[in-house]
Design a protein around this ligand. Sequence first.
Ligand code: HEC
Length: 317
Amino acid sequence: MIKTRLAKSFIAVLALLPVLAFGADRVGDFSLLDQQGYFHSMSWYDDHHAVALLVQANGSQATQDALSEYLALRDQYDSQGIEFFMLNPMGLNNRDDVAAEQTRLGVDMPVLMDDAQVISEALGVGKTGEVFLYNPKSFTVEFRGPVGPEFVQALTAVVAGEAVSNTVVATTGSPVTYAYKMATVSYEQDIAPIIADNCAKCHREAGIAPFALNSHAVAQGWSPMIREVVMTKRMPPAQVDPHIGDFSNDMNLQDSEVQKLFSWIDAGSPKDGATDPLALLTWPESEWAFGEPDLIIEIPPQAVPATGVYPVSPSWT
Ligand code: HEC
């Protein structure tokens, strides 16, 4: 009896271990546009030891105080496999003002503009002037704190392939707030309409996407993956920079829609309301989403050998 209990508690401890060891700091991959409109995806830097992110806000004394040392560290560590960025978590959609501030301060460094704030929230950004060392392979935070001796120690450690000893150091800067976290989000009223308008035209029975988002249960099951594809801007596909021009049929989510999706997913993707709007969606019978085409070219069946080198048709050369 005692033995069984012991074995059970041992298994329970083992089951907890991965969570304790890796769960707390895993942020996930993410992609953001900078103040100039350039796209940066963290997984692009997986040949680097780490990505450094200094929390920037216009007019922040803490950011300005950290700048000269941060830029000097970039000059020193850039060639040693550390990529240096700044990150604006303020959610003000003020890319041009941030570009102007960078010019005023004479700083030539991309500022990742987190207009929807969800990346900063996931990173745990709480203060301006704080610096993060993010691992672009494991998508975890290796260090957070002020630009100072502990940050330099952390840089030295990750470059040497060693664990960072002092991973969290308190920072004094202006607080960063996440007002959207205050609002309650409803599946029936908020989430289902977002998915219906932005995803379900492809993610439906006989749609071009590999699974149909046609019920709460499916959306809940896919939630971790939905979070990931939205964080990396992979879905909806073919997003165009919303700051440039006005594209008809563009596929961007609004910042508020991204915030609602994240709040809902982080709460466990709960169901509320009497109806499931996704299950009630109907789609035209026709296989042509944009109406009947003017011309349909039927291609005769082709026989392709299972192995070997296929002779190139003369008309292709
Ligand atoms: C224009 C059509 C289209 C729209 C709109 C669309 N998707 Fe997709 N989605 C696809 C296709 C095609 C794939 C499979 C290819 C791929 O993974 O890139 C896919 C794959 C996915 C995957 C799986 C990714 C993987 O790596 O396996 C998720 C999750 C997803 N979509 C979520 C969404 C969400 C959430 C939305 C709305 C915010 C959305 N999609 C909007 C077409 C679309």
